[in-house]
Design a protein around this ligand. Sequence first.
Ligand SMILES: [Zn+2]
Length: 395
Amino acid sequence: MKSLNRSIILNKIRTDGPISRADIAKATTLTPPTVSSIVKELIDSGLIAESSQGESSGGRKPTNLIINGRNSYVIGLDVGPKHVNAILTDLNGEILEENQILINPATSNDELLNLLQQTIKRLIKPYKGQEDKIIGIGVGMHGVVDVKKGLSLFAPILQLRNIPIKEYLEKEFGILVKVENDARALALGESWFGNGDGVENSVTINVGSGIGAGIVINGKLFHGENDIGGEIGHMSIDINGPECSCGNNGCLQTLAAGPALAEKARREISKGKKSILKEMVKDNLEEIDGKLIYEAALKGDQLSIDIFKEAGEYLGIGLTNLIHTINPQKIIIGGGVSKAGDLLLDSVKETVKKRGITESAKQTEIVLSHLGDNGTAIGAVTLILVELFSHNSLG
Ligand SMILES: [Zn+2]
């Protein structure tokens, strides 16, 4: 009960601070003595602090309380198929340190775990002597994740299975570790710090080397029975389409993820299609990637523009399926490919407008993520913040 009250108070200060003890009591229906005693504990532990004086309704001015963001740190890892992006933030999600490291495409389970450990060690080096202020490590892992065990069940592009991320990192660092699928981590980050703030039912889709979605229902992440809820990258779009890393054909990600766009550009140029991409990579077509296609599109390259348009159409079909399945209030698109912005988004929206079965389905709000390259890592940090502010198992 006490720890529940503690997280209720912490969360009130997080969402409504600066706020006075009296206003917390009013808003939470906790008694003023309960609020005072828990607030004292929270101040002693360094999680909150007293700030400016609030407005007085006559008599002594009350003292306001704020989250003491700078006194505790959280680590967030975005583990993609190609690189690890690591950040260290304060409790307000402000990034204080960051680094990025490449993953060897032929990595093993042990090598990957070792890489994560090394990345974290490098990240926290400037905080030597303050390790006790780091309250947890959140990991946004691509592929299918067993959230309870913190186990990566299947990382399809690296072709790895059963990587014990939580167990390994908790043993190495002795702090709480939470592991979640990367798209779900991004969705959680969006619902705390981004475009999903205040939206009860939303879907965040991560379009990068693969495609995944994080589904938020009634403000909470939806996992499904066995943690594959949201694997929309493997939604079948074209039964005769290209083969996918999962073994099926024509999955959404074989048509609209970054590697699919690059492949399409190479194919068309090999067939003789004119494009400035050819000069941009000095005829070395293997060097074409999503970023270059975007640059070429900005310069008016028709092939590149058409590639984003087509990818947007496929994504729009996937999203229409999703709208007809769970009918979210809002869809947020993040990940590397989303950097194409309106080049992609206009075509996504147009497709949903064409295919939605009702007027409200057609009008589903679709926006780009604003969290940027660190979105998934911020989401990984949020995995720990949720523990702290929502049911507070950290003590
Ligand atoms: Zn697939």
